[in-house]
Design a protein around this ligand. Structure first.
Ligand SMILES: [Fe+2]
Ligand SMILES: [Fe+2]
Length: 307
């Protein structure tokens, strides 16, 4: 028996997983058919930003409560919120592009007549529209697409080509859940810019399907003790780079704060720590249940500021 056939009998593709896998995929496909968006027409791109409104909740900004924040005028604080939301969206695009390739690799090896593969393809379609939507929002704001920085960008290039099942769905769930936590607050906050709220709402609705797909796939993988350590380590690397890349320090210059000083201030900011911990709490619990939090990655989760 080859390694591949052995894996097919015990891994996530084991025949006894098939009925539940298909049930989930059929439910997600039906839900996609009922409620999906076209960001080109479902967002009012012609509307100008409303003066005096923040782009994201102020208490979720990386400098909130720091001495630098206290020195800022209200206009500068709003400006900071615009750049931080844009930075997070640009990191969202980076990750969605990674995810699209990982999902394509997942589909490539499997039977396209299954609902499971058809949902993977549907999700790629969603992510494709999301990335266009985030890109448009960044242009609408008139700010740069900061991206995750050079190192994370290059690691992403390797990761999307070689990720394992646990890394694909564990990493996906982590990034989708933290974005989701930020956006759930933004969509509910009536004081914010209507456009960023609408973008958040569209993303939250479509992502909840992606999150259930990833969460279930993650639980279908059984890991031995050695493999588990390895997967934990790699998940730790993903958590570290995706979380610490959310706010590109270059953006601090837009509000008159030196990037190195801004980065230091954010790193020491207890409010920002709380935000990161709260945003990551739910997803770390699921990773933990799947055996993907442990000695091999706890130091990375600490360094990322999420535990
Ligand atoms: Fe997305
Ligand atoms: Fe997604």
């Amino acid at each position: 028996m080859t390694a591949t056939t052995r894996r097919a009998k015990t891994g996530p593709d084991a025949p006894d997983h098939a009925p539940a896998r298909e049930r989930t995929a059929r439910r997600l496909l039906a839900s996609s058919a009922k409620l999906s968006f076209d960001p080109l027409t479902d967002v009012d791109w012609a509307a100008a930003p409303e003066p005096g409104r923040f782009y994201g909740p102020p208490h979720r900004l990386s400098l909130y409560g720091t001495p630098q924040w206290e020195r800022m005028t209200e206009e500068q604080r709003i400006e900071l919120s615009k750049h931080e939301v844009a930075s997070i969206a640009s990191v969202g695009i980076w990750f969605e592009e990674i995810l699209m390739q990982m999902l394509l690799r997942h589909a490539f090896d499997r039977d396209p007549t299954t609902a499971h593969v058809q949902y993977a393809l549907t999700e790629i379609g969603d992510e494709c529209r999301h990335s266009v939507m985030f890109a448009r929002m960044i242009s609408w704001m008139g700010v740069p697409a900061y991206g995750p920085g050079r190192v994370a960008h290059e690691l992403g290039r390797i990761f999307k080509a070689v990720s394992t099942h646990s890394q694909t769905f564990g990493g996906t769930m982590y990034v989708e859940e933290i974005l989701d936590a930020f956006q759930r607050e933004a969509m509910a906050d009536e004081t914010l810019q209507p456009l960023t709220r609408q973008v958040s709402r569209i993303h939250v609705i479509e992502e909840s399907r992606h999150i259930s797909y990833a969460r279930e796939e993650l639980q279908r993988e059984r890991l031995g003790p050695v493999r588990r350590r390895w997967e934990q380590l790699l998940i730790g690397v993903i958590v570290y780079f995706s979380t610490t890349s959310l706010i590109n320090p270059r953006l601090y210059a837009a509000v008159g704060v030196d990037p190195a000083e801004g980065r230091r201030a954010a790193r020491r900011n207890p409010f920002w720590h709380t935000t990161k911990r709260e945003m990551a709490a739910k997803t770390l619990e699921v990773l933990d249940r799947a055996g993907l939090v442990g000695r091999a990655n706890r130091w990375l989760l600490r360094a990322a500021g999420v535990v």
